[in-house]
Design a protein around this ligand. Structure first.
Ligand SMILES: [Zn+2]
Length: 119
């Protein structure tokens, strides 16, 4: 079992980090879960880029790419090198639930000490 050490996702997530399949809410409406079907970036000018989001259950919306959102589900395949032997490993994490990865110990080693098993 690969062991991944993570920290909880405390940094703000910006709308341009969303990918299809992610679920998020706006800070002002934390209980309205929105599922992303598609995202597209539109450069309006050199200083303004909008993210055009296609969502389930409502009209598409466009937001400045730095708009902060509250992630509810962001599943990512995270590639990290094993802390002990350097072997590349890939782990699937749901960032809001599992946190962001700091380091990983691959399944060639017995997880010990501070290693926290992946959920
Ligand atoms: Zn290893």
């Amino acid at each position: 079992m690969t062991s991944v050490v993570t920290v909880s996702l405390s940094r703000p997530i910006r709308v341009h980090e969303l990918r299809p399949g992610d679920i998020f809410a706006f800070p002002d409406a934390p209980h309205t879960a929105l599922t992303v079907l598609d995202t597209r970036e539109i450069a309006v000018s050199s200083e303004l880029t909008l993210v055009h989001l296609t969502l389930t259950g409502c009209e598409p919306i466009s937001l400045p790419r730095t708009t902060q959102v509250t992630p509810l589900r962001m599943v990512r395949n995270v590639a990290l090198k094993c802390l002990l032997c350097g072997k590349p490993t890939e782990t699937e994490l749901n960032l809001p639930r599992d946190g962001e990865p700091i380091s990983v110990v691959c399944d060639d080693h017995d997880p010990t000490g501070t290693a926290v098993p992946a959920a």
